[in-house]
Design a protein around this ligand. Structure first.
Ligand code: ZN
Length: 239
């Protein structure tokens, strides 16, 4: 009787990898949606913001539960393997799952990296003074620094080194951390095979490959913000 349910459970656990992916995507989308809303409206009401935080906490909760589910299953499997009488798989699982769940409270969920990351980004965005400074004095933002975009005392590079036009879809080279516009790279790679990072003084001698490039959403956000702000400033100056 123990064989069949174990097999089913193991298969279910295998399928959970997909759920992990969905949850990670959900968390990312929640953060991005929150930042987009804040960008449009800094005075986003508290209620909406708190709703969005709760959505994030819900994802965190689901991910945590998933972890408990895995641990409880592992625990039940070992218990069953170690006993030759009809130990009740379901009961063992339930007990362990309950034990793990009761040890997790709401405060623990708030310690989750994705949740803290979201709060940090919201805080960063709600400090408009700082954001203005970043653009006018080229002081690096923590976000940009984290994604390796900026060298201290230098401008944030928002132009694609291939086409020398403002990037719209920045991708970052994971090897040398330089950024290019995705469309430009695709175009370059279609034209010839051996394309290297065009940044002046770059040590990366490896030929460019799409596999080495990741989307740089922080830089994209920065470029969009810059476009809006400089657009606004220009209008004001002309009046
Ligand atoms: Zn480079």
């Amino acid at each position: 009787m123990t064989r069949a349910p174990l097999g089913v459970i193991e298969q279910a656990i295998g399928n959970l990898a997909k759920v992990d992916e969905y949850l990670a995507t959900g968390m990312e989308m929640t953060t991005n949606a929150t930042l987009d809303l804040l960008e449009c409206d800094k005075d986003l009401n508290e209620e909406t913001l708190s709703d969005l935080k709760n959505v994030m906490l819900k994802f965190v909760e689901m991910e945590t539960e998933l972890g408990h589910f895995r641990s409880a299953t592992e625990h039940a499997k070992q218990a069953i393997n170690g006993s030759n009488d009809g130990a009740n798989l379901e009961e063992i699982f339930d007990d362990k799952f309950r034990e793990l769940s009761s040890a997790t409270d709401a405060d623990a969920l708030k310690e989750h990296k994705a949740y803290k990351d979201m709060l940090q980004k919201v805080t960063d965005m709600l400090q408009p003074g700082e954001a203005e400074e970043q653009l006018s004095e080229n002081v690096e933002s923590s976000d940009l620094e984290r994604s390796g975009l900026i060298v201290t005392q230098q401008d944030v590079v928002t132009k694609c080194p291939f086409m020398l036009t403002e990037m719209t879809n920045p991708v970052q080279n994971t090897i040398c951390k330089h950024n290019y516009d995705k469309a430009s790279v695709v175009q370059m790679l279609e034209a010839r095979k051996n394309v290297r990072c065009p940044m002046l003084g770059c040590d990366n001698k490896k030929n460019l490959q799409m596999a080495d490039l990741v989307e740089n959403s922080d830089l994209k956000r920065y470029i969009e913000k810059k476009a809006r702000q400089t657009g606004g400033k220009r209008t004001r100056k002309h009046i």
